[in-house]
Design a protein around this ligand. Structure first.
Ligand SMILES: [Zn+2]
Length: 240
């Protein structure tokens, strides 16, 4: 039997496969329960991203079920409804032009910090290896935003928080959305999922740190600087 693919279908397979692979990592890494969570991968030359369909259990997913949406959140291709968080992904892709993947989970420790409406303090070098700032927690949305286009406004809640705190989304690839849960991103979907796992681990360590010592100090500036330079400085050697 010969399978005839239309060029239209063919053109999205690479991001559908990448989005599928990344989504399947979430339950394997213990970052989601049931159908919680979603990951997307963008192709900027095509101006679209592939995202998990809404409400489909992970074991029933396949690459061809990933839904194709443009950066305005409009459906481009797919029989299933895209994830309910699709508009949040679309806003981030549209405004932050260097990201190629986004992940959203309700992982336990990161979500607990989000529900506590607290930034995660930088307590140690595990945190500093990935971020040299406290992991930001965006303020809960105001009532007007909640009553409006909720998922779309969540994207702006994230962008506004980065603007207010003068953070660079290319340096800090994660955020807690107050009263909700984390969003992470990166150059592709795999990197976004990696960041979700790192964030969950850092959130757990920070929680335990405060439990053991409620007055635990933040990491010393000299160590923060050292870790920043290890990654970015002229003599950077991190990751070799
Ligand atoms: Zn959510």
């Amino acid at each position: 039997m010969t399978i005839h693919y239309s060029p239209f279908t063919m053109s999205y397979q690479h991001i559908q496969q990448a989005a599928y692979d990344a989504n399947m990592q979430l339950p394997r890494l213990g970052l989601v329960l049931f159908t919680f969570g979603n990951v997307s991968e963008a192709d900027r030359s095509l101006g679209v991203f592939a995202i998990k369909p809404s409400g489909v259990p992970y074991e029933d997913l396949s690459p061809d079920k990933m839904v194709i949406v443009d950066f305005d959140g409009k459906l481009v291709q797919g029989k299933l409804r895209p994830s309910s968080d699709t508009k949040t992904h679309a806003v981030l892709y549209k405004h932050w032009e260097h990201i190629g993947g986004i992940a959203h989970t309700h992982s336990t420790y990161a979500t607990a910090w989000a529900q506590s409406q607290r930034d995660i303090p930088i307590f140690g070098t595990t945190h500093a290896d990935h971020n040299t700032v406290d992991i930001p927690c965006a303020a809960p949305m105001n009532d007007e935003m909640i009553k409006g286009d909720y998922e779309y406004e969540t994207g702006f809640q994230i962008i506004n928080c980065f603007d207010q705190k003068k953070l660079d989304y290319k340096e800090t690839e994660m955020i807690l959305v107050g009263n909700h849960a984390p969003f992470t991103w990166g150059k592709n979907a795999a990197r976004a999922v990696y960041n979700s796992a790192v964030l969950e681990s850092v959130a757990q360590m920070a929680y335990l740190t405060e439990t053991i010592n409620a007055k635990a100090p933040r990491l010393k500036d000299a160590l923060i600087k050292k870790h920043y330079e290890r990654k970015h400085g002229p003599d950077s050697y991190y990751g070799q």
